[in-house]
Ligand binder design. Structure first.
Ligand code: 57M
Length: 359
């Protein structure tokens, strides 16, 4: 909005020229989103506590988690508000991809919200059914994929990291592929969200990586120099990613161990879905498995554990899945698991960024 209001003034006051630059607007989107979630955090947490939106903690999990019962959850609503507000303030609102990112953020947020609301406010023990959630996620992700594919000039080729000449063209199958990326990312972040700051840290790291990818993919000269897919208009997604970073940092202030608030499904599903959407828009889809490698590790630990458990009628590979519980049960203190997982996420993000050059 500020771009539309203030940039036109540059003909009279040259200083307003800065609103043209994606880099400038991205920095201020980070700061704006941070301030919104940081400043509104205490009030929001008090409201959640008053509404008794307190976490129920399963008794079959690690015993150290029992003391977390009653921690306010659904903090993701504040993250979404901060991201949406900062994006609306700083992005170019005539940009199609900005609205796609907001659609996924808010749409997946509403699915998570419905689940949390049924569970926390209506005290229905299970919330939405797993199948119901998956159907809603898939429908929304398919719609997103179709909208993107119909956008003039959007390529249905898939970028393979490390291979600059191989990029298979999926045609209309790209819609299915995009939906898989978005739904997969959404659920993988959800599974990771089981220790204080464990999900939001790597979400911030992944958003920072995609902020760079978006800038590069949307810049015709840099994209050409690096020989990556140029996606006209995707540069504005850097502003959205910036808003994710800022909102995430503000939330982490309160979600840091020992957490005063959890993000809930409203946060994990929407943040994961948004990362998936951003990966699709910037045409760095496959590398998301590396950028978000930590989320993939957590999801694979569940798939292998559940598969093995069923095959062997009760035997386990890990002490407990998702993977973070395994290390907790091995006796690692919670902050150690969290920080070590963040370190892995940073290393994976750096390797992912190197794929821009290693091709
Ligand atoms: C959500 N939710 C947390 C909080 C957060 C298929 C199966 C593996 C699914 C999996 C599952 O349900 N995962 C998705 C994980 C929960 O956190 C809430 O959920 C929101 C995210 N959706 O925002 O609102 C608990 O996580 C802890 N937490 C923190 N700090 C945070 O910042 O400490 C969350 C955020 C919170 C709190 O304790 O209550 C969760 O873990 O429930 N299921 C599991 O993860 C279960 N695993 C399991 O059953 N494994 C089995 C195999 C055979 C399937 C096994 O390995 O034996 C575990 N979860 C729990 N207890 N709580 C194990 C049992």
């Amino acid at each position: 909005m500020l771009y539309h209001l203030l940039y036109p003034l540059h003909t009279d006051f040259i200083v307003f020229n800065v609103f043209r630059y994606i880099t400038f607007r991205t920095i201020y989107a980070i700061l704006t989103a941070f301030l919104i979630s940081f400043l509104l955090g205490p009030w929001f947490i008090r409201k959640l506590a008053q509404m008794q939106v307190g976490q129920y903690v399963r008794e079959d999990g690690p015993q150290t988690h029992l003391k977390k019962a009653g921690t306010p959850t659904m903090g993701g609503s504040l993250i979404i508000t901060a991201i949406a507000a900062a994006t609306l303030l700083w992005a170019d609102l005539t940009n199609f991809f900005v609205w796609i990112a907001l659609l996924v953020l808010i749409g997946f947020g509403l699915i998570g919200f419905a689940d949390d609301y049924l569970m926390q406010v209506k005290k229905r023990s299970k919330g939405l059914s797993a199948r119901g959630k998956l159907v809603l996620q898939t429908v929304l992700a398919l719609l997103t994929g179709a909208l993107v594919v119909m956008h003039p000039g959007f390529s249905t080729q898939v970028t393979l990291p490390f291979f600059k000449t191989v990029s298979p063209n999926l045609g209309w199958w790209y819609v299915l592929f995009a939906a898989f990326v978005i739904v997969g990312a959404s659920n993988a972040v959800n599974l990771t969200d089981g220790l204080d700051g464990l999900a939001i840290g790597p979400v911030i790291i992944a958003a920072a990586t995609y902020m760079i990818f978006a800038y590069v993919a949307g810049h015709v000269k840099i994209a050409d120099y690096l020989q990556i897919n140029y996606v006209a208009g995707s540069g504005e997604i850097a502003v959205f990613c910036g808003a994710m970073i800022g909102a995430g940092l503000g939330f982490l202030w309160f979600n840091a161990y020992p957490a005063q608030v959890f993000m809930g499904d409203v946060g994990s599903l929407s943040l994961g879905g948004s990362l998936g959407a951003v990966a699709v828009i910037t045409k760095q889809e496959i590398v998301l498995a590396l950028v978000g490698g930590l989320f993939v590790m957590e999801a694979l630990s569940v798939i292998f554990q559940v598969g093995y458990f069923k095959m062997t009628h009760g035997k386990r590979i890990f002490r407990m899945a998702p993977l973070h519980h395994h290390f907790e049960l091995k006796g690692w203190p919670e902050p150690k698991v969290i920080v070590r997982f963040w370190i892995i996420a940073i290393a994976l993000a750096l390797i992912s960024m190197s794929t821009l050059k290693l091709r």
